[in-house]
Design a protein around this ligand. Structure first.
Ligand code: FAD
Length: 347
């Protein structure tokens, strides 16, 4: 595998606090790599409430989750962080020289002097279909995300879910010239959707043209054939009757839910799934590893974006001593400091 990327700081999580951590580190001349399991930036603000207004960001009377993220990205632009998206941090190991090896699910490996865990409520992972034994087919015939749509072309597909992802992919495989499936059956537990009305209308139109089917019900079991391949799923309708749907592949879109995941196994002191930190540097029990934002806890902790911003500032100062042990770190104002103007590119 490729040699590790050497850096001064790795930030785990690209929510509002992880993004502002880039800024606070940047002011102290520390460049950062940022990793997130989502393929987009902004954490909860973008994943859970992109269009909802936030009213308690200091000096910003109102902005939406997406606007807050866009503004943070603009603010950190001068510091040119490197983003590694769509990958979970799976490993964090301390080396003998005090540095840390950080490894992700896409085999990105970084060697860093400091780590900032800004992992919020955990990494967003697809909610799974709870049918005993079905997980054995994950990655071969059962999928929670589409990485390569070509894999599904010409296949008999059952698509489960009632949100935009389920509708979008069902429509895609029912009508796309390059990826058209042999058949598409959309399954949802009720005849009502949390998806764009235009997509729902299109789905009904395609059903009328017999280009796909929609069935109300829940997957409650499955059958495998002699070769151990998933051959049928059992679908229990609201009438209580169980029917069988033959298929090649099952696509499930039940949305995402956050999981603490591997962070629990890195030797950090935890309290009720939160990382314990001091309130001087927001450092964990492992020197060089800091935790900021919703993931940390300390007496009086409030899970607010503004608290996370304050934590990021003090954590950056805390880390500066580790990264530049011989340098005296002074507090400087962005308004008046020529040095800060230089790093901000506003000379
Ligand atoms: P998050 O936003 O949770 O981001 C953490 C990121 O880390 C995620 O993107 C996740 O995918 C990633 N991650 C986690 N683990 C890993 C891993 N192992 N590998 C890779 N990536 C990982 N707060 C306010 O101050 N004001 C409000 O008005 C407000 N309104 C809210 C409304 C709603 C509906 C909700 C749900 C929350 C609201 N909040 C509000 C809370 C606010 O959104 C959180 O405090 C904030 O998002 C925390 O930011 P964060 O950067 O710490 O974590």
């Amino acid at each position: 595998s490729a040699p590790p990327i050497e850096t001064d700081a790795v930030i785990i999580g690209a929510g509002p606090v992880g993004l502002f951590q880039v800024f606070e580190l940047g002011l102290l001349d520390i460049k950062a790599h940022v990793i997130d399991s989502l393929s987009h930036l902004g954490g909860q603000c973008v994943e859970l409430y992109p269009d909802k207004p936030i009213y308690d960001i200091p000096a910003v009377p109102m902005c939406t989750g997406q606007e807050l993220t866009d503004n943070l990205l603009k603010q950190i632009e001068p510091f040119k962080p490197t983003f590694h998206l769509g990958q979970d941090v799976t490993e964090l190991q301390r080396q003998d020289d005090g540095r840390f090896v950080v490894r992700t699910s896409k085999d990105t490996t970084l060697l860093t002097k400091t780590v900032f865990i800004a992992a919020g409520v955990g990494s967003f992972q697809p909610r799974t279909l709870k049918v005993e034994g079905l997980d054995a087919f994950e990655g071969t015939q059962l999928f929670y995300r589409v990485k390569n749509p070509a894999v599904f072309a010409g296949k008999n597909l059952v698509v489960v879910g009632g949100g935009d992802s389920a509708l979008d992919w069902a429509l895609h495989f029912a009508q796309d010239d390059a990826h058209r499936a042999e058949s598409v059956i959309l399954v949802h537990r009720r005849d009502g959707f949390r998806a764009a009305p235009a997509s729902v209308a299109k789905m009904h139109a395609l059903c009328e043209q017999h280009a796909m089917q929609f069935v109300v019900g829940q997957i409650t079991g499955f059958e495998a054939d002699g070769d151990g391949r998933l051959s049928q799923v059992k679908l229990t309708g609201n009438d209580g009757i169980t029917r069988r749907l033959p298929l090649d592949m099952l696509l499930v879109f039940f949305g995402l839910s956050p999981k603490l995941g591997p962070i629990a196994h890195w030797g950090l002191d935890l309290e009720r799934k939160q990382i314990l930190v001091d309130t001087e540097k927001f450092q964990t029990n492992i020197p060089g590893i800091f935790a900021v934002g919703d993931i940390n806890t300390y007496p009086g902790k409030k899970k607010l974006i503004l608290s996370g911003f304050h934590e990021a500032a003090l954590a950056a100062f805390g880390a500066a001593h580790t990264i530049f042990p011989d340098k005296k770190i002074h507090l400087q104002y962005t308004t008046t400091s020529p040095k800060l103007h230089k790093v901000l590119g506003v000379e």
